[in-house]
Design a protein around this ligand. Structure first.
Ligand SMILES: NC(=O)C1=CN([C@@H]2O[C@H](COP(=O)(O)OP(=O)(O)OC[C@H]3O[C@@H](n4cnc5c(N)ncnc54)[C@H](OP(=O)(O)O)[C@@H]3O)[C@@H](O)[C@H]2O)C=CC1
Ligand SMILES: CC(C)CCC[C@@H](C)[C@H]1CC=C2C3=C(CC[C@@]21C)[C@@]1(C)CC[C@H](O)C[C@@H]1CC3
Length: 418
């Protein structure tokens, strides 16, 4: 049995109490959003129109559809990959290998869904199943997290994450104990982070677009924009799949309920909220406004991609001509910190770009409701909290060099404001 790591890792997310509250609050928020979005007033802060009973939530067909989807994505993950990447060095000095075939999985899924559509697959019926699908995903992630917790009991101490091993059952179940739980070469965390939920999100969006076309003759301009922007975001994440190997989720966090629920339930069912809103509350959108929104999205994407690519290129090869001229701060670890270019503007330029894009996803829904802006609000909170966690880890890693970086680049996300 794996020994617990002791109390050296500071507790995050408000400790066991915060973890317990989040485990209730996150699914409750997801169901609240799914219920209010289809109600007439669609009020984010109002009560849900009704409290669904088990007969509304539970559907064996929804569970079957979810398991088929997970099976399909797992099968696509196991297909030969164009590249196999090595992860960051682990505690025992080894490196894990990861298939880089996420974009291929997206394209093959699109082909299969296309074939299905031409054979009469009723994709437009999916929006009616979102509630039972979300319920099935919630139950599945609870059971899956239990499996992950049990699996960590027999994992060697070197396989455990720095956090998530406090000895408190609720906290560890929430945060996740094992860093990279695997069966043979199948990596559960890496698989879940980018495949079923993210790809599921764009196909839920597509189903909403198809149903809108069935209801109103053609999809609205607003629906096209939301589908296009979010497809670009997911396609980009899968195209740059290797970059996920350096995120704190893969490098630092254990795999427990937080990420399992986040990846498999929260992302597909709440990130598709704007498209859901547009199906039930059509919004007029003129071409000039659509052009302004596209411009905002393009600016966000330019910053997001520019910043992420600059850092990834620099981390892979600091003498690459595109980054070799940038100013850096040396650190005691031998790694350097960029202090000019995107990373000299604010300390998290990629978060700034991501937030601008988030705004562009909500604007097609108009300004009559707060509900479609839920993503912007939630995402701001998530990134502010994430930024604080990352800064703590960087301070631990880089010490004085990080202080120097903070002195040279005083703003975190928004220049001159935060
Ligand atoms: N849509 C969503 O729900 C979410 C989206 N995201 C997005 O995912 C992307 C990845 O985010 P995330 O993993 O949080 O963090 P980052 O990609 O910002 O990575 C942070 C790491 O970058 C390195 N770093 C920080 N500053 C510098 C510097 N000046 N020079 C060189 N390296 C530096 C440090 O690691 P080291 O030094 O060890 O390399 C640090 O730990 C972002 O674009 C974010 O917006 C993230 C979370 C949720
Ligand atoms: C709801 C919970 C409190 C937290 C759940 C968090 C997860 C939804 C996110 C944690 C990190 C994520 C990343 C992405 C999606 C959301 C989750 C899984 C990306 C894959 C999104 C696309 C970007 O290009 C890369 C991101 C990496 C981190």
């Amino acid at each position: 049995m794996a020994p617990r790591q002791g109390p050296q890792a500071p507790l995050e997310f408000g400790g066991p109490l915060g973890a317990a509250a989040l485990m209730l609050l996150l699914p409750a928020t997801m169901f609240h959003l799914l219920l209010v979005v289809r109600s007439g007033p669609a009020r984010l802060l109002g009560p849900p129109p009704y409290l669904p009973g088990l007969e509304v939530l539970w559907s064996p067909q929804a569970l079957l559809l979810l398991l088929t989807w997970l099976g399909l994505q797992a099968a696509l993950y196991l297909l030969p990959a164009r590249k196999v990447a090595e992860g960051q060095e682990l505690k025992d000095k080894s490196r894990l290998r990861y298939p880089i075939n996420g974009f291929q999985a997206l394209v093959l899924t699109a082909l299969l869904v296309g074939l299905g559509l031409s054979a009469g697959l009723p994709l437009g019926a999916l929006p009616e199943m979102l509630l039972p699908l979300a319920f099935a995903a919630t139950i599945t992630t609870f059971i899956f997290s239990l499996f992950l917790y049990m699996k960590a009991q027999v994992a060697p101490a070197s396989a455990l994450a720095p956090g998530g091993n406090s000895g408190n059952l609720i906290y560890d179940f929430f945060l996740g104990r094992e860093l990279n739980p695997r069966i043979c070469s199948f990596d559960f965390k890496y698989f879940c982070e980018l495949r079923p939920g993210l790809i599921g999100w764009v196909f839920i969006n597509l189903a909403l677009l198809v149903q809108e076309a069935e209801l109103r003759g053609s999809p609205s301009l607003a629906m096209w924009l939301v589908n296009g922007f979010q497809l670009l975001y997911v396609g980009d994440a899968l195209w740059h799949e290797e970059a996920v190997l350096t995120t704190m989720d893969i490098m630092h966090d254990g795999f427990g309920f937080m990420l399992a629920f986040g990846d498999l339930a929260w992302v597909p069912f709440t990130y598709s909220l704007q498209a859901q809103f547009l199906l039930y509350h059509p919004q007029p959108l003129g071409l000039p406004m659509a052009a302004v929104i596209c411009l905002i999205s393009a600016i966000g994407y330019y910053i997001f991609r520019g910043a992420n690519s600059q850092k990834n290129t620099f981390r892979k090869n600091p003498s690459d001509p595109s980054v070799a001229g940038l100013e850096t701060i040396p650190t005691a670890t031998g790694r350097q910190l960029l202090v000019s270019g995107w990373w000299g503007m604010v300390r998290h330029p990629n978060y700034l770009g991501d937030l601008i894009m988030a705004l562009a996803w909500s604007l097609p829904c108009g300004v009559s409701h707060l509900l479609p802006y839920f993503y912007v609000l939630y995402f701001t909170a998530l990134l502010v909290h994430r930024e604080a966690r990352d800064e703590r880890q960087c301070l631990q890693k880089y010490g004085r060099a990080w202080h120097e970086y903070c002195r040279r680049v005083p703003y975190r996300i928004l220049p001159y404001i935060y």
